[in-house]
Design a protein around this ligand. Structure first.
Ligand code: PAP
Length: 335
């Protein structure tokens, strides 16, 4: 990390952000911080997002994980890191995942890199090891142009909306909890989620944005599903490896490296690592809060038929109109 002297252009940017904060629609989220309706999505971290958009310069070799919160980010980070660095860390017992939470190995743009940057402290982006691994929750249309126009690769992971909501809800209750939030408010927050009033949402716009890009430029954007990863990790990790252009060698196949990676990155394995039982990442989230049940269909334990009827139809209608995701809707959303 190096101390940053803010150039004049950044000082000007700060003034512009202050003006935006005064003019953009915003709401108090979880009773603690403001979310802004920025470029069509609810942004809970406006400043770092705008810094990211204005400052980041992509390299052709960069690999960027994109996702909505609670859709499989931690899992995907551990897999991508392990795949890309598998030669360097072939001894699993000494793997960095034993010492670092996956979020420390693949840094988030708006939650880490550009939050540090705002505070005047940033890594030297030009000196990060290649390929550089990053992650973001920002929707596709709002990514910096340099990511869109370079040859860097984007991996998008999505998860069915109902489990995404339940996972988020538990996270809010455990991690972001404050007096204004109680378990009996689940329906209220489910309504907000379905309407799109949720961090980085509307949910369907986020997914459709990356889905469209994955269809238009399959070499650039890989679209993955949490449920698919659970159902057939081997096939999905092979897709990932092919997409990244680093297929397993014959020797690696013989040594069953793929299964070793899948096992290392599994929920049970990460959950029981000492580093993930204690400590915090990015200074505010307890590592253990990232590893809960990891099940498909956990929503059935929390959402009632009347809640679905009341709120979920709005979202389903929007999906139908998009036309693109009918498979995902039918296959996963009702498990
Ligand atoms: P983040 O956006 O805060 O990084 P993210 O990792 O996307 O969270 O999602 C957390 C969910 O992934 C949790 O789901 P649950 O609440 O339904 O249980 C968590 O349990 C699950 N998860 C974390 N690591 C893994 C893993 N290695 N394999 C499968 N699921 C995982």
């Amino acid at each position: 990390m190096s101390t940053l002297t803010k150039p004049k252009s950044l000082e000007k940017l700060e003034d512009e952000i202050k003006q935006l904060e005064l003019t953009l629609p915003h709401k108090l989220w979880l009773g603690t911080y403001n979310m802004y309706l920025y470029q069509g999505f609810w942004c809970p971290v406006l400043k770092p997002t705008i810094y990211f958009q204005s400052h980041f310069q992509a390299n052709d070799t960069d690999i960027i994980l994109a996702s909505l919160p609670k859709t499989g980010t931690t899992w995907s980070k551990s897999l991508i890191f392990s795949i890309v660095n598998r030669k360097e860390f072939s001894d699993v017992s000494k793997h960095p995942l034993h010492a670092h939470n996956p979020h420390e190995l693949v840094l988030h743009f708006e939650y880490k890199l550009y939050t540090d940057y705002m505070k005047g402290c940033a890594p030297d982006f030009t000196k990060l090891p290649s390929p550089r691994l990053f992650a973001t929750h920002v929707p596709y249309p709002s990514l910096p142009n340099t990511i869109k126009t370079s040859k860097c690769k984007i991996i998008y992971v999505c998860r069915n909306p109902l489990d995404t909501f339940i996972s988020s809800w538990h996270f809010f209750l455990e991690v972001e909890r404050n007096e204004s939030l109680t378990p009996n408010m689940i329906e209220d927050y489910f309504g907000k989620f379905c309407k799109g009033d949720f961090p980085f949402c509307p949910y369907e716009d986020h997914i459709v944005g990356y889905w469209k890009e994955s269809m238009a430029t399959p070499d650039k954007v890989l679209f993955m599903e949490y449920e698919g990863l659970k159902e057939d990790s081997n096939a999905q990790v092979r897709r990932l490896v092919e997409f990244l252009g680093c297929p397993f060698s014959e020797e690696e196949e013989k040594e069953n490296v793929i299964d070793e990676i899948i096992k290392l990155c599994s929920l049970d394995s990460l959950k029981q690592m000492e580093v993930n039982k204690s400590g915090k990442f990015y200074d505010f989230v307890e590592n253990k809060a990232l590893f809960r049940k990891g099940e498909v269909g956990d929503w059935t334990n929390y959402l009632t038929p009347s809640m679905l009827k009341e709120h979920y139809q709005v979202m389903q209608e929007k999906f139908k109109r998009s036309g693109l995701l009918s498979d995902i809707v039918n296959k996963n959303f009702h498990k």
